[in-house]
Design a protein around this ligand. Sequence first.
Ligand code: SF4
Length: 428
Amino acid sequence: MTVMPNPTAFAGCDDTSVLKERGQREVFCGLTSIIWLHRKMPDAFFLVIGSRTCAHLLQSAAGVMIFAEPRFATAILEETDLAGLADAQNELDRVVGELLNRRPDIRRLFLVGSCPSEVIKLDLQCAAERLTTKHAPHVRVLNYSGSGIETTFTQGEDACLAAMVSVLPESQNQQLLLVGALPEVVEEQAVSLLSAMGIEPVRVLPAPRADEDFGIGENTFFALTQPFLGDTHAALTRRGAHHIAAPFPFGEKGTTAWLQAIANVFKVADSRFKSVTEVPRARARKAISQAADVLAGKSVFLFPDSQLEIPLARFLTVECGMTAIEVGTPYLHRGLVEQDLEFLPTSTTISEGQDVDQQLDRCRQSRPDLTVCGLGLANPLEAEGLITKWAIELVFSPIHFYEQAGDLAGLFSRPLRRSERLKLAAVS
Ligand code: SF4
């Protein structure tokens, strides 16, 4: 079944055509991902080993949690720790001991590194191993880095999932593994489509609860649901699992191509694939056409932020009729996004990394109809008359698979509609 336009109709993009920039960047750090990860794993606790700045970031980004039983906190490194005058490892053992005594519901504890813990080279891996031995079998302690040193915020999830892969047991059972922390309702939609095709068992990483963990091995085939999971991809591949390469499941065409790649590996008959996907595909097409009419023929400029940029540019150009002027991404993982990248025409500038001043100059010069960028850039660009979309909303909103395809198009069309309404209000 042909589910996407033939990519050979586009010249695609090779290494030489990628604009690589190394300058000032405008991104959040990996601690941000705790906000969606803790919702996904109700028996987990995220303990950031960081500074008051880290604590403020978490509390302001997820402030609502202070009214509930929190599942994240910051163990603040004081000046004595930073100066090496106190043994931070002993302090950590004490804090973790108190936390686990108070909260017997915690089954997985993540020690999350930050800029300060990395600067003083606090060995959190060693701490996680020591604390696992001490608190096993009830609690498993893992560590990963969420620091803002050379990272972008979605790498927090990547580092967390890669840490989880390293402790999964070995299994030779054939299975499909969906990788990426999606909202529950969205994940259920994907699992239900795959089950209707007869594919089972379908596992998900991260598993919601510690006792739902599974083994992995050479008969595990995995499909990524997010394009920022490079380290997790590498960790799974090292464990012998096989990646099912596909465009990411955004929009009707992206979702169909993603499902088709999985169906091919599990040898699902074309007729069964068609009968399972036909109705939701038609629904998604209709929803996109209703939401995207205002997008057709418009231009878009994407600043690097979440690493979702290349698959989203594929969706906006192939499924919504937009023209992508520049698509920036913090990192270009070709092994992960090649299948989306090949649908972007050579007229689109693909940039990797960032030199924010130069990129702003290019954006101003090209005057796109819509600019997708971080929070810090949106207001200044709006003041200059550009219409913007906050990129971080795309990470926090349900945007995957058929039933969310219309909402995804709507996220981009809403700022354009709002601007039209404002213009009309100004002339009336
Ligand atoms: S990890 Fe680094 S960038 Fe993030 S809040 Fe802490 S100090 Fe700031």
